[in-house]
Design a protein around this ligand. Structure first.
Ligand SMILES: Cc1cc2nc3c(=O)[nH]c(=O)nc-3n(C[C@H](O)[C@H](O)[C@H](O)COP(=O)(O)OP(=O)(O)OC[C@H]3O[C@@H](n4cnc5c(N)ncnc54)[C@H](O)[C@@H]3O)c2cc1C
Length: 380
């Protein structure tokens, strides 16, 4: 067993750290306030290869492993979780979904654009009546011979407004239950496809979250991903890898807040000494560091499982469950260590605390991760 990162991994981590410090940090508070994420930063991340991290270079990707992916996600998330969720969705839900399960024509037409950052993608599973219970899809795609007709509503869609390519899950035969679900590639601008207003959120406010409406959208048959009825399995397999990205996002949020809290505790004085010399504060730092390191081990293990070709359904669920709990608990502690300064925007920890919450909700709530883990245990 080797706990060291390779030279290449260290370089990738340093490149992501450098980008986060020089490009994401300036303006992160303003973007959070105004709920924006500029195209310019998306373009720069595309140039650095952050939008197709694990994609084969023959489709314009960086050809890196999942360990590299989580290192990049952690560094971006320490500074700007709104940027990192965009990166995570594009990489592990959209690019991975297409690369692993799309056919050659679909990869050539769509994957290259997504992996280079020429455009970004969105993954559309959730609906007003189908969140955790994703089999209850109300969106329908009716087979009309050479095309499907798509009708329904998807909500909470990350990258929903600015994406060009959307992977949409829909019910094609309700009598077949989860086997009557398919995944389709939808392009922005297809007649009948409308994008609702941006959500006003608690956290990750710079990320672009929208409700999407499909009204008699004509979808060519060649836009279906995989065999007829593969859609639910497609969604579950893709989300399993997505959870590694969100676990790394949670880890980054926690680690970012911890680093700020440690620094502040060495500078701020109370009762004649730096506050880190008060045991109540020092013990908080010890707990934070220990639990963040434990979360990092789970995140790395899940990424390693993916790189080794092992099944990662359980390890990704465990990593997300734990890292998101650590993120929520320790961002609250980071605010506490900052005292009154923790409650205002300029010290960053209040934003990290607000951003942490979503990691316990999207790509499967913590309760759903426990279902995945316990089912895996019982099956073993
Ligand atoms: C900012 C944001 C971005 C998102 N991005 C995307 C995206 O890009 N694409 C996409 O498809 N979706 C996206 N989502 C949707 C997200 O994945 C869902 O919100 C999430 O899966 C939960 O579904 P729900 O909101 O319907 O909650 P519900 O499913 O209604 O759950 C409500 C509560 O009940 C609990 N619960 C439900 N079932 C069980 C059970 N069997 N046992 C125990 N507890 C249970 C849940 O854990 C939760 O606590 C996003 C959501 C947000 C807020």
């Amino acid at each position: 067993m080797d706990f060291n990162l390779t030279e290449e991994h260290l370089m990738i981590r340093d490149a992501a750290r450098d980008f986060a410090q020089t490009e994401l940090l300036p303006g992160v508070i303003e973007r959070d306030n105004a709920q924006t994420f500029p195209d310019e930063l998306v373009r720069k991340m595309g140039e650095l290869g952050f939008l197709g991290i694990m994609v084969d270079p023959k489709y314009g990707g960086s050809g890196m492993d999942a360990i590299s992916y989580v290192l990049i996600m952690e560094e971006l998330s320490k500074i700007d979780a709104s940027a990192s969720v965009m990166v995570s969705v594009n990489n592990s839900l959209v690019c991975y979904g297409l690369e692993a399960y799309g056919n050659e024509a679909q990869k050539e037409k769509y994957l290259t654009k997504l992996a280079t950052g020429e455009c970004i993608g969105a993954f559309c599973l959730s609906e007003p009546e189908a969140g955790s219970d994703a089999t209850s899809q109300r969106t329908t795609a009716i087979d009309k011979g050479d095309h499907y007709v798509l009708n329904g509503t998807k909500n909470w869609i990350t990258n929903g407004g600015r994406a060009e390519i959307y992977l949409v899950i829909a019910q094609t035969d309700k009598h077949k239950g989860s086997h009557g679900i398919n995944a389709f590639i939808i392009e922005k601008g297809m007649p009948g496809f409308d994008i609702g207003p941006k959500e006003d959120k608690l956290g990750i406010r710079g990320s672009d979250t929208h409700t999407l409406q499909f009204n008699d959208v004509k979808v060519p048959k060649e836009n279906r991903i995989g065999d007829d009825g593969f859609g639910f399995r497609f969604a579950m397999k893709t989300l399993s890898g997505g959870r590694i990205g969100i676990a790394a996002q949670a880890l980054g949020i926690a680690a970012g807040a911890y680093e700020l809290a440690l620094k502040y505790s060495k500078e701020r004085k109370a009762f004649g000494t730096e506050i880190c010399n008060h045991q109540a504060i020092a013990f908080k730092l010890a707990d934070m560091h220990t639990e963040i390191e434990a979360a990092r081990m789970l995140v790395m293990k899940a990424a390693w499982d993916k790189d080794q070709g092992n099944n990662y359904d359980m390890s990704s669920a465990m990593a997300k469950l734990y890292a998101s709990k650590v993120a929520m608990e320790h961002t609250v502690e980071a605010v506490q260590i900052h005292g009154g300064n923790g409650f205002v925007k300029e010290y960053h920890v209040e934003r990290l605390m607000r951003d942490a919450k979503i990691t316990q909700i999207y790509e499967g709530t913590s309760e759903i991760q426990k279902i995945v883990i316990s089912r895996g245990l019982i099956k073993e």
